[in-house]
Design a protein. Structure first.
Length: 320
């Protein structure tokens, strides 16, 4: 009798445990029971906000999450597991990213191909395929270094000049507001054109990977170019100071342009009337001239020289 009660109790506990696991699975809670998953690990220099439970996304689709994070002197080891229904190619790129400045961190997996070979279970990702963007700590450090290089007196001078340039009248604020509205309207109206421009620039930017190396290769020639350009500027300055250019502009071209501008300002109306009156006659003359056979005129002129009444002159160059 006691044995029967024991069996019933054990069976009841087992049934309760099974029901509990089924219920937790129904709620979406991970129990680890009868899971079909694969595990993979990677080494990163900084977690960049990753925590246990951070999502693993394959082309934006969640396939798993981070299960363990261990730090060491060499870096941080991140372990992940994902549904074995997904196959990750061995050459896929792993990137630790954030949804926003305050958003959660996640691991983005971007395959370069759909074919194999694929990552095996318990595989370790090649460090060359792992990317960690600039962390907030690095951004803060760079911002601090930049602020340390700023001279407070110069910043104060800049704001002082801005204060002097802006009048006390509040009308300037209205003008700035109006300018901002016009700019916003222009951007809205030109949205399609801007989209076309950015779309056209995208292939160029994708092919700009060699630009940093090319700029670095120009470093040895920059100094020589600067010296040669300085010599060119010195030559231009010498020609300007010693040559007649300055005197010619000051005493010749400049007074002429001033007088010409005055003449045009004074007689612009009369010149317009004269041009309008002469335009029909000029057009008629041009139309008549277009009917003249210039070739026939030249033939007649050459034929007239064969009548015997022409004079032929022979010129001999010295030494020829």
């Amino acid at each position: 009798m006691i044995l029967t009660k024991t069996r019933i109790s054990v069976a009841g506990m087992a049934a309760l445990a099974v029901a509990s696991f089924v219920y937790m699975d129904h709620l979406g809670l991970e129990t680890g029971v009868m899971e079909h998953v694969r595990t993979v690990s990677m080494a990163v220099p900084d977690t960049n906000g990753l925590v246990v439970g951070s999502r693993v996304l394959l082309r934006g689709v969640q396939i798993g999450h981070v299960t363990d994070i261990n730090s060491s002197a060499e870096g941080v080891s991140v372990a992940m597991k994902y549904d074995d229904g997904y196959r990750i190619p061995a050459g896929s790129r792993f990137q630790v990213d954030n949804l926003s400045a305050l958003g959660e961190a996640y691991v983005a997996v971007t395959p370069d191909t759909e074919s194999g070979p694929y990552l095996a279970n318990h595989a370790t990702v090649n460090p060359a395929e792992v990317t960690v963007p600039t962390t907030f700590k690095e951004l803060s450090a760079r911002l601090t270094r930049m602020l340390e290089q700023i001279d407070p007196d110069k910043i104060q001078d800049i704001f002082h000049e801005l204060n002097v340039s802006l009048p006390d009248d509040t009308q300037v604020l209205g003008n700035l507001n109006h300018a901002g509205e016009l700019l916003a309207t222009m951007i809205t109206n030109q949205a399609d054109s801007l989209t076309t421009l950015l779309t056209a620039m995208q292939p160029l930017l994708l092919r700009s990977g060699t630009v940093p190396a090319d700029l670095a290769n120009t470093t040895p020639t920059i100094a020589q170019f600067g010296s040669s350009f300085g010599d060119l500027l010195n030559g231009i300055r010498f020609a300007q100071q010693r040559g007649p250019t300055t005197v010619g502009i000051r005493d010749g071209a400049s007074p002429f342009l001033v007088n010409l501008q005055g003449f045009l300002d004074k007689n612009a109306t009369d010149l317009h009337t004269l041009g309008v009156d002469l335009l029909p006659g000029v057009r008629a003359g041009a139309a008549a001239m277009s009917t003249v056979n210039v070739g026939q005129v030249l033939d007649n002129a050459l034929a007239a020289t064969d009548s015997g009444d022409s004079l032929t002159i022979h010129l001999h160059m010295p030494g020829k």
